[in-house]
Design a binder for this molecule. Structure first.
Ligand SMILES: C[S@@+](CC[C@H](N)C(=O)[O-])C[C@H]1O[C@@H](n2cnc3c(N)ncnc32)[C@H](O)[C@@H]1O
Length: 127
């Protein structure tokens, strides 16, 4: 279980569970957490879970509250394509990114959403 199947772009929790078990990661960051699937799975498996999303809308605020209540560190309004993005997080074993879909699905009108053609370019979290 994890995330919200009604959220457009939701990812199957089994994908994240497989990645976590295969990698042996004890900590995870998702820079585009959406409905929170990756972080739900990470928390269920006992990982240190951190994440962010560009959106500051009511839906994502609800997701963030749910994740924080379970112990995750999450931030809203952070642009994962910005050079300073990694500085908001502790180092982690595993970074999973399921960014927005090309031009098929616009999540919101914010100009930095990856749907608009920006790419994630700052994924090196080594401190
Ligand atoms: C495909 S959804 C993620 C779905 C998630 N894996 C799930 O299972 O619910 C993509 C998310 O990326 C976010 N996003 C788009 N551009 C972004 C950016 N530049 N930085 C951070 N998040 C971004 C959107 O707000 C949206 O919530």
């Amino acid at each position: 279980m994890g995330g919200d199947a009604r959220f457009r772009g939701n990812c199957a929790p089994q994908v994240y569970e497989w990645l976590i078990r295969q990698s042996g990661a004890r900590s995870l960051i998702d820079p585009c957490f959406g409905s929170g699937t990756s972080l739900d799975v990470a928390l269920r498996l006992g990982l240190d879970a951190q994440g962010s999303d560009l959106s500051v809308g009511a839906y994502h605020q609800g997701v963030a509250s749910r994740l924080r209540a379970r112990g995750a560190q999450v931030r809203l309004g952070l642009d994962a394509s910005a050079p300073g993005w990694p500085g908001h997080f502790r180092a982690a074993d595993l970074v999973v990114a399921h960014p927005a879909y090309g031009t098929q699905l616009a999540y919101h009108a914010r100009p930095r959403q990856v749907t608009r053609g920006f790419v994630l370019n700052s994924m090196d979290l080594r401190k």
